[in-house]
Every structure is written in structure tokens, then in C-alpha cells.
Write a protein that binds this ligand. Structure first.
Ligand SMILES: [Cu+2]
Length: 281
């Protein structure tokens, strides 16, 4: 599996998990280039992202922007949340991850920033790499996570879901369905997991607890109370010792992709007299 994105050759065979297609069919599909022409041998459509060109490192100006960090070293640049109850909206937006001058030379819409999947907290602007949420030990935090991604997000065509592996499969496609041999193009499933948190399994954000923008649910979907079919409400008791944790997306078969796309945050728990839980969403 770790080779799926490092090679265009099919890693599977005739075991029903991946379908080999002739080289002649690899280069284009519905007008969209799938793999380079120099590919040697059979390939799997399901694992092929749209080709992208790596940025030459020397073209990126160095030491011109403050490094985004979560803690006090950010000088207040990283937004923080100190509320016990709030709403986190998972969205696709553009953020200037690289120096602002780099984007000035790009055509629209890319001059507005790199497309990322990140979080908005309540009505505040979305932020990447994320908000820092602070809480007190033994004071529960209740978060409503809302999947507000577009049904067809821009990033979905670049960070592709390989449907030939075991994954959330929101559309319920049969393993041998030809559509399952293509990168996923349906409503994106998400679910947020507090990594290392001592929480009820109901609110742990397990891989089968995903939900989509249009209200499809995984078999393990749970919520503290109904907040809409595209949302789940989780309660964190914050009873564990002081530490820094992080949240990340956990949708079955798409965790690595969703984290790569930008969804991550951190949380730390202290005593009853110091900020206990910090989360960067
Ligand atoms: Cu984790």
C-alpha cells in the first residue's frame, strides 16, 4: 500500500482487489491524463492521481514569513479557542502556505493560495494549520464537527482515494464495480479522532464513524445529540493528565489523504489551574 503513490505500476493482481488494465488504456481516460506515457507495464486506474509538477525548492523564497506554530512562540498569530462548547466546520479553502510573494505570480484562482482542507471554528475565518483549543482538566469540551466540504471538492482530483482498498465507500460500490477501479468522486467522508485522548468509544472518531456533506453515515456513526445529518457532536471529558494531543481525520481508508490535505489539530490537558487542553484544528 505504501507504494500506491510512488509508482504507476499495478501493485495488485487478480485477487479481486485491483484490476490490471492494458498499458494502452493507461494514458488517458475521458480526456483526463492519468499516468505518464513512459509507464512500463500494466497499471491500476484506481491509484492514479492527476499528474502534478513538483515545485523546485530553489524557487521558494526562504526566511521571509514567520513559521506557523501552535504555541506561544507564534506570538499570537495562531488562533486559539478557550470555549467549552463550540462548532468546528470542516471546509475546503485557500491558504497561503508558501510566502505570499510566491502566489502573486500565479494566475487566478491559484494566486489566492494553496487549496487545503481545514477547520473553521464558529464564525471565525478558517485557518491552516489550525486553531489551538485550550481547556481545563476535568472540564468537558463539547465540539460539533460539521462536514461542510463541497460534494466535489477541488482537492479530490489531486489527492485521490484509491477505492480498491478497504475504505469507507460511502456510495456502497461493489468491489468489482468498474467505478471502484477509478479514483473516488463522490461526497467526501470525514470523522475527527482525538489521538491519544481518553474518551468514550462513541466519541472516539473511529474509522467507521464517518459522515458525508450530504448525510451518508458509516456503520459506527454516533453523536451526543442530533446536530444535522452532516455533523457529529463529541464530548471530551478532559480527565487525563496534562499533555498535548492532536486531532486528525480518521475516515476509513482515507486518513492519510485527509491529514495530508490539511486536517489536523492538537490538544493538551493540564491541572485544574492551568490551561488543560490545547487543540489546533
Ligand atoms: Cu491518531
Amino acid at each position: 500500500m505504501n507504494n500506491l503513490y510512488s509508482t504507476n505500476k499495478c501493485q495488485g493482481g487478480t485477487d479481486g482487489h485491483q484490476t490490471r488494465i492494458p498499458k494502452s488504456q493507461c494514458s488517458r481516460d475521458n480526456g483526463r491524463v492519468l499516468i505518464p506515457a513512459e509507464v512500463d507495464g500494466p497499471c491500476c486506474r484506481s491509484q492514479l492521481p492527476n499528474p502534478q509538477v513538483s515545485l523546485p525548492g530553489a524557487a521558494i523564497p526562504k526566511y521571509v514569513e514567520p513559521l506557523p506554530v501552535f504555541g506561544p512562540a507564534s506570538g499570537g498569530a495562531a488562533p486559539r479557542v478557550r470555549k467549552a462548547i463550540f462548532r468546528v466546520s470542516a471546509e475546503e479553502f485557500q491558504h497561503k502556505v508558501l510566502p505570499a510573494s510566491f502566489y502573486d505570480a500565479l494566475p487566478a484562482p491559484y494566486n489566492a493560495g494553496t487549496y487545503v482542507w481545514g477547520y473553521r471554528v464558529d464564525s471565525r475565518p478558517p485557518y491552516y494549520p489550525g486553531f489551538t483549543v485550550e481547556a481545563l482538566r476535568r472540564v468537558p469540551t463539547i465540539i460539533t464537527y460539521v462536514n461542510n466540504l463541497p460534494i466535489s471538492p477541488v482537492l479530490q482530483q489531486y489527492i485521490t482515494v484509491d477505492q480498491s482498498i478497504h475504505w469507507a465507500n460511502p456510495l456502497g460500490l461493489d468491489m468489482m464495480d468498474p467505478a471502484r477501479m477509478m479514483p473516488y468522486a463522490g461526497p467526501p467522508p470525514i470523522v475527527t479522532h482525538l489521538h491519544g485522548g481518553e474518551v468514550s468509544s462513541k466519541f472516539d472518531g473511529g474509522p467507521e464513524q464517518w459522515y458525508t456533506p450530504d448525510g451518508l453515515h458509516g456503520a459506527g456513526y454516533r453523536t451526543l445529540y442530533d446536530a444535522g445529518s452532516n455533523a457529529a457532536v463529541y464530548l471530551y471529558p478532559n480527565t487525563q493528565e496534562a499533555t498535548t494531543l492532536w486531532f486528525h481525520d480518521h475516515a476509513l481508508g482515507a486518513t492519510r489523504l485527509n491529514v495530508y490535505a490539511g486536517w489536523l489539530l492538537s490538544i493538551s490537558c493540564g491541572t485544574s489551574t492551568i490551561p488543560a487542553c490545547r487543540a489546533s484544528a
